[in-house]
Design a protein around this ligand. Sequence first.
Ligand SMILES: [Zn+2]
Ligand SMILES: [Zn+2]
Length: 365
Amino acid sequence: MPLQGFGEFRGVVHAHTGLSHDSTGTDGQILEAAHLAKLDFLVTTDHYTPRIFTEGLNGVRDYILIVRGVELPLGCVRGEGVDRRCGSVLAIGLQGTLEPEKYARKEDLIAAIRAQGALAIIAHARGVPDPRYFDLADGMEIYDMADTIRERLVEIPRFLLAAPFFKKGGYDTELFLPIAERSNWPLVQWDRLNQTRRFVGLAGNDAHQNLSLLGRQIDPYAVIFQCLNTHILVPLATKENRFLATPSPSEKLVTALRAGRCFTSFNLLADAAGFRYTAHAGEKGGLVAVMGDEASLDEGLLLVAQSPIPGAIVLLRDGVPIRRQVGRELRYRVDRTGVYRIEVSLWVVDRWRPWIFANPIYVKV
Ligand SMILES: [Zn+2]
Ligand SMILES: [Zn+2]
């Protein structure tokens, strides 16, 4: 379902490379994995070291756009064991070094990120100790894959039950089926924040390639990159369909994320490329908004969600589900203002599993 004037690109946000203290991934491994996962872009977010700006992957490499970012700690909430959670902020598209130790107040750190024109995205949202940090940021992770895997690892029996899925060679994406789940806490928080302004929701792969079980690497980059993707829509002036070839692709990526022109999908269930969520001026009217945009509440305003394969499409208004349609399309005549977003689930093996989370269309007077 091509959307006139836009190109769709697939990527991963929140990946650690060997520059992070807790990852040994090499640039070669990361680029190879990105190719296997058919990524157009990759946002790296290493734990801070100034070496990111001298040695880190950056720019177009082997037809993949790499935008460098940094993950900076925001503190922790109380709790023990798995309940001890720590939040952070992802600085996406930093132009240069930041000297995070200079900022005693995290508010100033977030302001410094934004002053560079970079995006400040709250990660590991449940671990953020001060709710004010959300108010200062551009958006948040509505899901973090490393958090989910860590929580699942605690349930060792489930992982052992899944052991037959361990394949020799090949990739173990089936083992990851249980990670396709709704993270309720951040979704509730996201819906709340969206009530006041555009607050971008992204999913973090949080790839480290640093977990092993029964002597096997269970989180190789190639698997983590394939399981979960961020798809962005980029306005393209010409028929050029590779935004990498256009001037300043990094800026276009950051602009698309900032605008919320993106959706998240657990592509281990199925490839979500081609999913569309748009607003139109009536049944025969033209396109007035794509996800992330505002639309005004005009007579006949129509929201349309289209899925590349049949699924359960749910429309939520201000966080509350108001319409569910099983199939390839949901259409809804809007009769009041609100923040309208879409989730799509797929029936896989034994139940509906969450698949796509799209950023909202904000309907105003
Ligand atoms: Zn880490
Ligand atoms: Zn991380």
